[in-house]
Design a protein around this ligand. Structure first.
Ligand SMILES: *[C@@H]1O[C@H](CO)[C@@H](O)[C@H](O)[C@H]1NC(C)=O
Ligand SMILES: *[C@@H]1O[C@H](CO)[C@@H](O)[C@H](O)[C@H]1NC(C)=O
Length: 264
């Protein structure tokens, strides 16, 4: 009997140790998993750098816990609607960022802050981008894929262009879905690369008309003031003239009085 209990005891000690190491291992693996981003998986090593894959995960918010040595991030085929400011700070080695096939309609100012100069490829293809906000791309000299978005082309977009820091070839991806004013030459084209089209021309014309009207009003006011001034002065001048006419007699009197005073 004591032999059996002894055996059991030893057995349980071994079991206990095994369990312990299992728990420890699980803990270690868990640690490893959190060093990559949640719901993403990471590959790579020191030399190739980390690649984080989070495609097709149904994510609605951009994860914030990427390892700081990440070189490539794939966030395509998720449900993001916006890219908030500073979404990717602390990733000094990131060269490639794929945000294609989402529902993104808003890029906040500074959305890609901190990614320059390492980032050279950014995909925003197949999203819901309508307006171009240059502040979102501040300081980002990267090649961006902006194709397959419902771009709205108007004077604002045209004016925003010189302020966009992206590699100029990226602008070929801005193909107009809607336009203001309606212009059949613009629809379905990368109008930013068509130098013959000026969507600000109509706005310019209306501002020109407004300027003319304002100038006309001013002119009328100045003329009426002048007329009023001349009229008022004429009245004054007439009165002054009458005063002058009445003057010689008075002057005579005063001369008389002065001669009297000298005589006295
Ligand atoms: C990442 O962070 C660790 C410590 O937090 C630091 O030692 C390392 O230099 C960082 N790597 C980069 C690429 O910034
Ligand atoms: C942009 O991305 C789409 C897929 O999302 C791809 O088919 C296309 O070739 C890319 N365009 C450029 C210029 O890289």
């Amino acid at each position: 009997m004591p032999l059996v209990t002894n055996l059991l005891l030893r057995h349980s000690v071994v079991m206990c140790l095994l369990l312990h190491s299992l728990v420890l291992m699980a803990f270690c693996f868990h640690q490893d998993a959190t060093s990559c981003s949640k719901s993403c998986y990471c590959t790579g090593d020191e030399f190739t750098g980390t690649t984080v894959r989070c495609s097709h995960q149904g994510l609605t918010e951009i994860p914030r816990d990427f390892p700081n040595d990440t070189r490539r991030i794939y966030l395509d085929f998720n449900l993001f609607t916006r890219v908030p400011a500073n979404a990717f700070v602390g990733l000094p080695r990131l060269t490639e960022l794929d945000l294609s096939h989402n529902e993104i309609n808003q890029l906040e100012p500074g959305a890609f802050r901190g990614l320059s100069p390492s980032l050279h490829s950014l995909s925003l293809s197949s999203n819901k981008l309508v307006k171009l906000n240059p502040e979102a791309f501040e300081g980002l000299w990267a090649s961006a894929n902006l194709t397959n978005n419902p771009w709205h082309c108007d004077c604002n977009l045209q004016k925003a262009l010189p302020h966009v820091d992206l590699e100029p070839a990226s602008l070929a991806g801005i193909v107009c879905h809607t336009t203001d004013p309606e212009d059949s030459r613009v629809q379905g084209r990368a109008f930013l690369l068509a130098p013959d089209i000026d969507l600000c021309a109509v706005t310019k014309r209306t501002t020109d008309v407004a300027m003319l009207v304002v100038m006309f009003c001013w002119f009328t006011m100045v003329i009426s003031y002048l007329v009023y001034y001349v009229r008022a002065n004429q009245e004054d001048a007439r009165r002054h003239l009458e005063y002058l006419k009445s003057l010689p007699s008075r002057q005579g009197k005063s001369e008389e009085s002065s001669t009297i005073s000298t005589v006295v």
